[in-house]
Design a protein. Structure first.
Length: 98
């Protein structure tokens, strides 16, 4: 499940509007909860799956004391991900894809 968040200012009332949309995306990369990913549209893969995870923009590393640290994909190596439980088909996407 990927959540697409969009934040913009209303053209007339000038208030900040927060919109979010959840879509199901096929994940072969092995994303975790909290990762920011880039998704692309694809052919229908199942009844509700129409998107595929293309790449991980930013990984979220969870430590044992429940602390959360965001790491960009350029800084990620295998040593930082040791002890992290992998949860396939779960990711969070920032507002880049609309």
């Amino acid at each position: 499940m990927v959540e697409i968040k969009r934040v913009f200012r209303h053209p007339l009332y000038k208030k900040v509007v927060h919109l979010s949309k959840r879509v199901k995306a096929h994940d072969e990369i092995g994303c975790q909860i909290g990762d920011e990913v880039q998704i692309v549209e694809s052919r229908p893969l199942s009844r509700e799956k129409r998107w595929v995870v293309e790449s991980v923009v930013k990984r979220e590393v969870r430590t044992a004391d429940a602390g959360v640290e965001a790491v960009s994909s350029a800084d990620v190596d295998k040593s930082t991900l040791t002890g992290v439980e992998e949860k396939p088909e779960v990711a969070t996407e920032s507002g880049e894809q609309a």
